[in-house]
Design a protein around this ligand. Structure first.
Ligand code: NAP
Length: 234
């Protein structure tokens, strides 16, 4: 069975590890502070998830890279060579500093990072859903209220392998077959979080999840409008 490495043990890393544990996928979880700092977290997650170094996580069959964009760009360029990588990054200038190629809309975040990681089989995913909604909306294959996630890549085989993993984790998928088109589900678009948010929520924070099917996401992708990234202030 495919093994999973997760680099980043924050909101999204923990949510994906939760899905992996439920699905029985052997997973190595890493962060910036080393495996010892993850002892408690992996014990809570369960026996399929172990703590490792960044290099150990990067050596698994599929790697989820889920750390702030500025930190990802500091990784060695060959760290992920040959691996199928699902990158969750979004660009927040207030956190990541201003990046001219993104501010000018010349590149998507996916194009920027895939160029950095030489030889990585780069897939963009998990970036347009709130971490808490991942375990809430995951369903077994065939469930009538199963949701979908969008995956973007220039690498058709990597897309297929990432989609198979997501199926195991409880999600249908909608492919976007070009990294240049992944602006369609970057932050500040209609695809960012909104499809998974229940507009009729009675939760005071308005954070209840609602399922989003393949058809719903396909329609939203087709009608997406590119964000003016240079105008972003957060
Ligand atoms: N939060 C969400 O709901 C959400 C949704 C979609 C997309 N995203 C995007 O996904 C990415 C991760 O978001 P997040 O909210 O999960 O982040 P987070 O909660 O802030 O966690 C970030 C993780 O990255 C690790 N990290 C930072 N630098 C590292 C390095 N050099 N080596 C190894 N690990 C490192 C941190 O390690 P330590 O724990 O050791 O500090 C931490 O575990 C961001 O680009 C974010 O914009 C987030």
């Amino acid at each position: 069975m495919t093994t999973l490495g997760i680099i980043g043990s924050g909101h999204i890393g923990t949510a994906v590890a939760t899905l992996a544990q439920r699905a029985g996928v052997h997973t190595v979880l890493a962060n910036s502070r080393g495996p010892e700092s993850l002892t408690e977290k992996v014990a809570e997650l369960g026996d399929r998830v172990s703590a490792g170094t960044v290099s150990e996580a990067a050596a698994q069959d599929i790697v989820v890279l889920t750390i702030p964009l500025f930190a990802a760009r500091d990784f060695p360029a060959d760290l992920l060579a040959g691996r199928v990588v699902i990158d969750t990054s979004n660009y927040y200038p207030s956190r990541d500093g201003r990046i001219p190629e993104l501010d000018s809309n010349d590149l998507t975040v996916a194009e920027l990072l895939s160029a950095h990681f030489v030889g990585a089989r780069y897939v963009k995913g998990f970036n347009n859903i709130a971490a808490r909604h991942l375990p809430q909306l995951a369903r077994p294959a065939g469930a009538p209220d199963r949701s979908a996630l969008i995956l973007g890549s220039d690498d058709a085989e990597a897309l297929t392998r990432a989609a198979a993993l997501l199926d195991t984790l409880g999600w249908d998928t909608v492919p976007v077959d070009s990294l240049a088109e992944t602006w369609r589900f970057e932050n500040d678009t209609e695809l960012y979080g909104v499809p998974y948010l229940d507009a009729a929520s009675t939760d005071p924070g308005g954070q209840d999840a609602r399922p989003a099917s393949v058809a719903v996401l396909r329609e939203a992708l087709a009608g997406a409008t590119r964000a003016d990234v240079g105008a972003r202030t957060v």
